[in-house]
Write a protein that binds this ligand. Sequence first.
Ligand SMILES: Cc1ncc(COP(=O)(O)O)c(C=O)c1O
Length: 442
Amino acid sequence: MTSRPVIDDLSSFWMPFTANRQFKAAPRLLESAKGMYYRTTDGREVLDGSAGLWCVNAGHAREEIVAAIAQQAATLDFAPTFQMGHPLAFEAAQKIAEIMPAGLDRVFFTNSGSESVDTALKIALAYHRARGEGQRTKLIGRERGYHGVGFGGISVGGIAPNRKAFSGQLLPAVDHLPHTHDLEHNAFSKGQPAWGAHLAEDLERIVALHDASTIAAVIVEPVAGSTGVLIPPQGYLQRLREICTKHGILLIFDEVITGFGRLGKATASEYFGVTPDIITMAKAINNAAVPMGGVAASRTVHDTIVNSGAQGAIELFHGYTYSAHPLAAAAAIATQDLYRRDGLFERADALAPKFEAAAHALRGEKHVKDVRNLGLVAGVELDSRDGAPGARAYEVFVKCFEAGVLIRFTGDILAFSPPLIVTEEEIARLFGTVRDVLATVQ
Ligand SMILES: Cc1ncc(COP(=O)(O)O)c(C=O)c1O
């Protein structure tokens, strides 16, 4: 492999979700990756405790996926999917449909989680319009929800810094459920907290306020990831489902993080036994090897829209130049085959108790005020420094990186979501490094 000269001027790249001046003063640059490890530009190995950004579920640079992309690039680099098609688009959709909950087997392709969310919201509106209830335009999200960065996603999302600079232009017909985070009742819960199912009842309040006839959809992450790993209370998602069904409201699960094995099942919907009407996905759909996202819609939703117009008329005026891009589709097929061949979802399921034990061993360490987990995802919440929220977790993150372990942080919450190929030794090293670092942090 030829190595490029190390770049010394970092000013041109305006980095996303990054403190640009702070980063560029002390950059952390990754050069290559294989399996569970990144390699930095200064030649250090770093254990990937976050699957990149919750997305490289099969581990890095898997040969089968690399080969599929390379071959596809040389065979059919691009093909339009507007009034045209290519076989891999259909094959990829079929493979994904096979592992979605029964009935959610109509797949629309996008290029990211944000696009998947906006697509799902638009499908929800189009569905109600197609069935003659076009007045159902309200979208219900949840406090602390993260649904990407499109105007739709930040409108239904509930993370204040992501909204405030744009607040004058958010979608107008939106309301929010309360979040489910409550350390008074749920601190150090293993798996789903026992307390909090009643918070779903707030949907009835919102319905009473606006009237069901105005509400198109509710969108939630089954496990909220980006806000700092919030596990749904027992019975909560079931209750949301019941209330949505009762009022004819579509339920959308944003599975951009939870999809493809993070909880030891293909989807969180399967894990919790709750079937929404629409699922959004991205990230691990193709091991993040080429940008790709998708939306799985129920037959009812799909057929209502697709059968609504005249023959020959385009049914949904929506799509992206790169919807089902051949390279992304090839990577998705290879990835799904790999998940199945290596039994990676089952592996995650089997490792989950060990992962839980390792995470909860941090209870009692300095600054730790909560540990929570499900499947191969965990959050460790730290006490914040007076007047400097986020500073302590940032320091832990940097020190872990210097010690050879990559984790995520949001505010003062550390997040863990390793590739599903992680070993027990690597789990021990991941949390052991955090424990050592916590001891050094003020
Ligand atoms: C639940 C959820 N939805 C949407 C997104 C946005 O995905 P993307 O960054 O690919 O646009 C994310 C990203 O982390 C996510 O976690």
